[in-house]
Design a protein around this ligand. Structure first.
Ligand code: AMP
Length: 286
């Protein structure tokens, strides 16, 4: 039996949440400072800690069977790797931005301008599709200061909150790409048990993602209030009703989105529910 290898960012914005997702999915491992590999002790999988920009190629070449990185990196590296799951963290956008007082007001105004970026491949493709003839200036890091250093008239960079752009007196001209962390898989099936192992990993990851932002609600209630209380619970399919020893009472269980759980609890309490429990959910497997 071969061991599945998954490539993760060794440091950076996606590193912590990638590790948290694997831990939540029940993979047990220790990470020692600066170690480049961690062995999962309860599953046939090794975690390789890599540079974000190397992950798509490692997965494409079959050095890793799976990888977690930003979708923007997959596109920038032109890697031939299927995205098998969007992971709902690391949200950001690749945008073209210009100084607030710039004469560049539309994409068309970018013709004959210089655009500084660390994402030249993605930007080139975007400009080509929009038929804009601009000069792409590749720089690594601190792209936002390129206009003030007169290296370029515009920049193309990743933003999430927009604070860095604002601090550098820049405004968004156009979105180039939306991105989030993604799970990618290799087309090179190195190991004979590859598909079965990936299915097991996917079951866990999908289960954890489905549970995120959901709470489990349990309460006791008079049987006669069931209709009213049921109408107040936006349940997954239908709430679970459990009989209690006292025949006039029942227990109701349901899954409720975290964002509205307290509003629902208040209404349930006002309508006769008691002993209400709000519990975290680790995973939901349909
Ligand atoms: P790193 O540069 O190693 O910290 O990680 C960069 C990755 O994090 C990018 O490839 C994006 O997918 C993701 N990311 C999310 N938000 C941002 C942001 N505001 N700036 C840069 N990268 C971001």
């Amino acid at each position: 039996m071969s061991t599945l290898k998954i490539g993760l960012q060794k440091s950076g914005r996606l590193a912590e949440e990638s590790l948290m997702l694997l831990k939540k999915a029940g993979f047990e491992f220790d990470r020692f400072d600066h170690s480049l590999i961690s062995r999962v002790t309860n599953f046939d999988i090794d975690i390789l800690f890599l540079r974000e920009s190397d992950i798509p190629e490692y997965v494409q070449d079959g050095i890793c069977d799976l990888g977690i990185c930003g979708y923007n990196t997959v596109i920038e590296k032109k890697a031939e790797v299927p995205v098998i799951q969007k992971l709902t963290f690391g949200f950001c956008q690749l945008v073209i931005a210009v100084p607030k007082r710039s004469k560049i007001k539309s994409l068309f105004d970018l013709n004959n301008c210089r655009i500084a970026t660390s994402y030249p491949t993605t930007l080139d493709k975007f400009l080509e599709t929009k038929r804009i003839k601009a000069q792409v200036v590749e720089i690594r890091g601190s792209v936002e200061i390129a206009p003030s250093l007169k290296i370029a008239e515009a920049i193309c960079d990743l933003v999430s909150t927009g604070n860095t752009l604002a601090m550098n007196g820049l405004r968004v001209l156009s979105k180039v790409l939306s991105s989030e962390a993604v799970l990618i898989s290799s087309k090179k099936k190195n190991s004979p048990n590859f598909a079965a192992l990936i299915d097991k990993v996917m079951l866990r990851i999908k289960g954890c993602l489905a549970a995120s932002g959901q709470k489990y609600l349990m309460m006791n209630a008079p049987k006669k209030s069931l209709k009213k209380l049921s109408s107040l619970i936006p349940s997954l399919k239908s709430p679970t009703i459990v009989p209690l020893k006292d025949p006039s009472m029942i227990a109701i269980h349901s899954v409720v989105p975290e964002t509205i759980v307290w509003k629902v609890v208040e209404k349930l309490k006002d309508n006769g529910a008691s002993g209400i429990l709000v519990l975290p959910i680790e995973a939901i497997i349909p």
